[in-house]
Write a protein that binds this ligand. Structure first.
Ligand SMILES: Cc1ncc(COP(=O)(O)O)c(C=O)c1O
Length: 474
């Protein structure tokens, strides 16, 4: 870009960034202008021109995107396990893109390497690992896969070279675990059928006695248990599996224990809620997404293990990459502990945000989100037309609209569809066993009691209109 267009371009960009953020501070803003995929495709210019449109049009394209995108920074955006805009982390993200470091070697990312290591060591300390190592990954899904790969590597250190016959190896997860464990089972070569789902209690927590039974049953069938994956903060209910009991069983049986704390890991900051993960220090590995509750821009996710040499074994590539890795820097290069080659500098934004608010800031955030979860639960419980579908353990609140004489699943599906078309409150449609539930998640610093009251009012209004036979207004 030429110097004379650079300044107006950057000014224009900054104005758009500020406007985007400031809009979310206005109460009741729309989160999305609903449009079907077909209508959106037909009404948007998506063409890639033969001759470029020139720098003057770049801001127009940005405007179009900003106009059409979901406003994930709006407090009414409560659908996934993240939301909001952490401005200092956003600044870190911009600087990471500006400076474009790649995390494979110290030589090519000197300060970024030190920052990533500082965060890994601090997260390990919080977990209670006296020793170990870790890496930033592409997310909790990838962290779960790395956990399973480490389990395999720990059992068969030569498998990274010689391969592995996974047909008899079984891993155990809670029946409510995240779907990424299925993809991990596929990637590591045991297949979906060798991922054994362990029964949960009525609050969605893995039952330790069922885990023990399943392990014994597998052994009796000549299968080889090699990995248990416990979840700290399940996707739908936010349940925390009992880690101490699960760790005792895994240790008795000499099975690797991985904890999927993608969603719930931040409880470790709060003295009030840390007990949800008591026993985590006994696990062999943990994944923890800072891009969920901690509100970092996607992607920001750590995988941590007590067994540095096992992670190193999984990621070993010999002397193949002589153009990057050399013997004299083997102790400082992060690329020996990652499955990626080129890798984004995801730790900078976390380091910047963490230094701004400290551990105390994260603890306050966790406590506030749980308080708001309690508030929403109490509001639902006190409303005659709403029903909680599971007790709140974290900041997920699962409930539904109820009325006699209607199919409640159909009714709640339609209700949520109307919410989306209205475009203000976005919540997830999920299932608990056979029931459709509305899952609202508090994971945005702008959420407060009035936002939750607005959500409840909208849900009840739509439910009442459906029951009264009022057609959708959108
Ligand atoms: C419990 C749990 N584990 C793992 C994941 C996957 O995380 P990611 O989206 O970072 O891959 C999720 C995503 O919601 C999750 O809820």
């Amino acid at each position: 870009m030429r110097a004379e267009v650079l300044t107006p371009f950057l000014d224009g960009l900054m104005t758009r960034i500020a406007d985007y953020h400031l809009a979310s501070l206005e109460p009741g803003q729309k989160t999305v202008d609903y449009l079907s995929e077909e209508s959106r495709r037909k009404t948007t210019d998506l063409s890639l021109p033969l001759e470029g449109n020139g720098p003057e049009r770049v801001l127009d394209d940005i405007d179009e995107f900003l106009r059409q995108c979901i406003k994930t920074n709006n407090p009414q955006f409560m659908n996934p396990l993240w939301g909001g805009l952490n401005l200092s982390a956003f600044a870190g993200e911009v600087i990471a893109a500006l400076t474009n470091q790649s995390m494979y070697t110290y030589e090519l990312s000197p300060i970024a390497t030190l920052i990533e290591k500082a965060i890994i060591f601090r997260m390990m300390e919080i977990i209670g690992y006296g020793d170990g190592f870790g890496t930033f990954t592409t997310g909790g899904s990838n962290g779960n896969m790395l956990g399973m790969l480490c389990a395999r590597q720990s059992l068969y250190p030569s498998s990274s070279h010689g391969g592995f016959d996974g047909t008899k190896h079984v891993a155990f997860v809670s029946a409510e675990a995240h779907y990424s464990v299925l993809m991990s089972a596929n990637v590591i070569g045991i297949g979906h059928q060798n991922l054994i789902k362990v029964a949960c209690d009525s609050n969605g927590r893995m039952k330790p006695e069922s885990l023990r039974d399943e392990i014994q049953r597998a052994q009796q069938n000549d299968l080889i248990p090699f990995c248990v994956i416990a979840t700290s903060g399940t996707t739908v209910r936010g349940a925390f599996d009992p880690l101490s009991e699960i760790a005792a069983i895994s240790h008795d049986e000499n099975i690797w224990l991985h904890v999927d704390a993608a969603w719930g890991g931040s409880c470790l900051f709060s003295s009030k809620h840390r007990d949800l993960m008591s026993g985590v220090e006994l696990a062999d590995s943990v994944c923890w997404d800072a891009h969920k509750m901690m509100g970092l821009p996607l992607i920001c996710s750590a995988f941590l293990t007590k067994h540095k040499e096992v992670l190193g074994g999984v990621c070993a590539h010999g002397n193949a990459a002589h153009y990057l890795f050399h013997e004299d820097t083997k102790d400082v290069d992060l690329g020996r502990f990652s499955l990626q080659c080129g890798r984004r500098n995801d730790s900078l934004k976390l380091w910047i945000a963490w230094r701004e608010i400290g551990d105390a800031g994260w603890a306050e955030m966790v406590n506030r989100y749980c308080e708001l979860g309690d508030y929403l639960q109490a509001t639902v419980q006190s409303h005659p037309k709403l029903e909680m579908m599971s007790d709140r353990s974290w900041s997920n609140v699962c409930f539904r609209y109820v009325v006699e004489g209607h199919d409640l699943n159909e009714l709640n599906v339609e209700l949520r569809a109307r919410l989306i078309r209205e475009g203000i409150h976005l919540v997830s449609r999920s299932n608990i066993l056979d029931d459709v539930v509305i899952r609202a998640v508090v994971a945005n610093p702008l959420v407060d009691e009035s936002v939750l009251n607005g959500l409840v009012a909208a849900i009840v209004r739509h439910g009442d209109e459906i029951v009264a036979g009022v057609p959708a207004q959108f």
